[in-house]
Design a protein around this ligand. Structure first.
Ligand code: 1GP
Length: 232
């Protein structure tokens, strides 16, 4: 599956207009809504998107980005890091509100992998990513997440990463998991999208490239559809 990531801070004005035009033509499997800024206007973007008939899932940078208007939330724990605030702290702050809302909650082990650039996740969480070639550590971290009861694992190279997560890491992590694997960060071409799918990603998240060229949404959605029909 393909998820289009929309950052409420960046998906405004011309980018928003072009993005909506693309979404009227063709829909990705999911829309992920979130960003790293605290002033993120998640609610406003979800209101604008309310007529778009694809599930809208929150991908929050912190507890302040919760919105009941979403269909679900990736309840992310940054398990590659050792910052308790992003392991459990933000979760405690938002738990009662999320539970009361009854939106679908997807507990997700979020694993930051070095994408060759200083990512905002690393900067904000003050944690270091796992090295791009440390497949053993990424796999052990992912399996620990699964054993803790998480329902998905997200291998994240960071938004706008120079290098996406390598195929060998995706394939090895996938081989050891019985839960879905999400992969994102730095995927800018259909070739890179294909590499992630072929390596075993169940869901690929793409954001940055669509901000600079919203017309690519259509291309990537169609590519994913064709890829799936070839697979069958
Ligand atoms: C970022 O994985 C997502 O959290 C998507 O990354 O913006 O680089 O596509 P890009």
């Amino acid at each position: 599956m393909l998820a289009v990531l929309l950052d409420p801070e960046k998906c405004v004005g011309e980018v928003l207009r072009k993005t909506l035009a693309q979404l009227e033509k063709t829909l990705p499997d999911l829309l992920l809504i979130g960003g790293s800024s605290k002033s993120c206007s998640t609610n406003a973007l979800l209101t604008t998107l309310q007529t778009i008939k694809t599930p809208k899932i929150l991908f929050p940078g912190d507890a302040s980005q919760f919105s009941e208007k979403a269909d679900g939330i990736l309840f992310l724990s940054l398990i590659s890091g050792r910052n308790s605030d992003y392991l459990i702290g933000q979760h405690v702050q938002s738990a009662l509100q999320i539970k009361a809302s009854r939106i679908e909650v997807i507990p997700t082990g979020y694993i930051l992998i070095d994408g060759g650039t200083d990512s905002s996740v690393s900067r904000i969480s003050q944690t270091r990513p796992i090295a791009a070639d440390d497949i053993q550590k990424a796999t052990a971290t992912a399996v620990a997440g699964e054993l803790l009861g998480m329902k998905a694992i997200y291998l994240e190279a960071g938004s706008g990463a120079k290098n996406p997560v390598v195929a060998e890491m995706i394939a090895t992590v996938k081989k050891h998991l019985d839960i879905p694997l999400i992969v994102g960060g730095g995927i800018k071409s259909k070739k890179q999208l294909k590499t992630a799918f072929e390596a075993g990603a169940d869901l690929v998240v793409v954001g940055n490239i669509f901000e600079s060229d919203p017309n690519k949404i259509n291309e990537f959605v169609n590519f994913t559809r064709d890829f799936n029909s070839e697979e069958r």
